[in-house]
Design a protein around this ligand. Structure first.
Ligand code: PLP
Length: 394
């Protein structure tokens, strides 16, 4: 049979990162390409204990379909955790459990924007948001970033011109803390300015904060959500527990969570009950507070190793110096295309993600994302030496 697929598919592309996987598995390859947490940080023993407790204590519910909003006791624990962790005040009715925050990105794109309508992104931005927009045929405009994240000073003019053209953006998507891919963090004054603009033009902000707990230097900056209750906040257990459990959450007004509920009924009825019970025990027993410092210690060391190796070896490039998260952003001279350069890098057995993967439109071709949390320390040093050779030859 000759299948006739829907028009929707025409915008959907496989992510450059998934395409990289085939190279990363080659023997001897040092990869700074992945975005996966280091498995050393997974609390395997604790999860073994929790799993057995969950099955003994709640087995019949944990293996049953759950409610679409998510497990109530987990939502109650998230309310307590997020107050302590990020000073966000909310009720269980404001917490909506998603299958990773990736599902929230897809759902929010669908809830807020019709096909062809526009939203505002940072450039570069998270690749999973780009695929969610593409899957929903949603268009975008981007705001450049500097080392302080989105240049909010440029946002208002952009919005004005979009409004003048009858293309008012449906939301502003930002990762203000340890941005993926760039590693930048937005300071408080810019956060306040961003909120002011969002209020003035009545454009909701979506704040994606998967890395907020992974800080290695500097001091905490308040989340947008703690400054303004209208912000739609995305959290996840992927970086502070384990991504395989696919448990994330949205904190938003009940008006928004009700729409999320309608859509989730069509997506998967409800999230994974078993994982939600595990996340519940993980929070309730305070295991998260023992685990996160261990992850921070490991990642901080690896960040320092990579920054030192870059300082010692790499010329003709500049890079971000992230205070947290998992990535840094490296920029070469304008005429170097890192997609083409990747072939040379693969020959020298080092991999990265070309920056073009992180732009919805108009990519900056001379950029790349480097993950510093996955490789062994010695491999980070060796990989950066290899990369420096590739860069010098370019
Ligand atoms: C900025 C950002 N948002 C969302 C996600 C998705 O996380 P998950 O679906 O595992 O919760 C990631 C994962 O790397 C991310 O970096």
């Amino acid at each position: 049979m000759k299948y006739q697929f829907s028009e929707n598919l025409k915008y959907m592309k496989s992510s450059a990162i998934r395409n990289l996987l085939k190279y990363i598995q080659q023997p001897g390859m040092i990869s700074f390409g992945g975005g996966m947490p280091n498995p050393e940080t997974f609390p395997i023993e604790k999860i073994m204990e929790i799993t057995s407790d969950v099955l003994s204590n709640y087995g019949k519910n944990a293996l049953q379909y759950g409610t679409t909003d998510g497990l109530k006791p987990l939502r109650e624990e998230i309310v307590k955790f997020i107050l302590k962790d990020e000073n966000i005040k909310c009720n269980p009715e404001n917490v909506f459990i998603t299958t990773g925050s990736q599902q929230a990105l897809y759902a929010l794109s669908k809830i807020f924007a019709n096909p062809g309508e526009k939203v505002i992104l940072e450039a570069p931005t998270y690749v999973g948001m780009i695929s969610s927009l593409n899957a929903n045929a949603v268009d975008s405009e981007s705001i450049e970033m500097d080392e302080n994240g989105m240049i909010v000073e440029k946002l208002e003019d952009k919005i004005k011109s979009m409004v003048d053209n009858n293309r008012k953006p449906k939301f502003i998507y930002t990762i203000p803390t340890f941005q993926n891919p760039a590693g930048y963090t937005m300071p408080l004054d810019r956060r306040k300015h961003l909120i002011e603009i969002s209020k003035k033009y009545e454009i909701p902000i979506i704040e994606d904060n998967p890395y907020g707990d992974l800080r290695y230097s500097g001091s905490k900056v308040p989340t947008l959500k703690s400054l303004d209750d209208d912000v739609i906040y995305l959290g996840t257990f992927s970086k502070v527990m384990a991504p395989g459990l696919r448990t994330g959450y949205v904190i938003a007004s009940e008006e928004v969570t009700a729409k999320m509920n309608l859509l989730k009924q069509a997506l998967d009825l409800a999230g994974d009950s078993f994982s939600q019970y595990i996340a519940y025990e993980y929070l309730k027993n305070g295991i998260i507070y023992d685990q996160v410092p261990k992850t921070v210690e490991l990642y901080k060391r690896k960040r320092n190793v990579m920054l030192e190796a870059l300082d010692e070896n790499v010329e003709n490039a500049e890079w971000s110096k992230p205070d947290g998260g998992m990535f840094l952003w490296l920029r070469l001279k304008k005429n170097v295309d890192t997609e083409k350069l990747l072939e040379k890098a693969i020959e020298k057995k080092v991999a990265y993600v070309p920056g073009s993967a992180f732009y919805h439109k108009n990519p900056e071709l001379n950029t790349m994302r480097l993950n510093f949390t996955y490789a062994e320390d010695d491999d980070i040093r060796e990989g950066i030496k290899r990369l420096s050779m590739v860069i010098s030859e370019a």
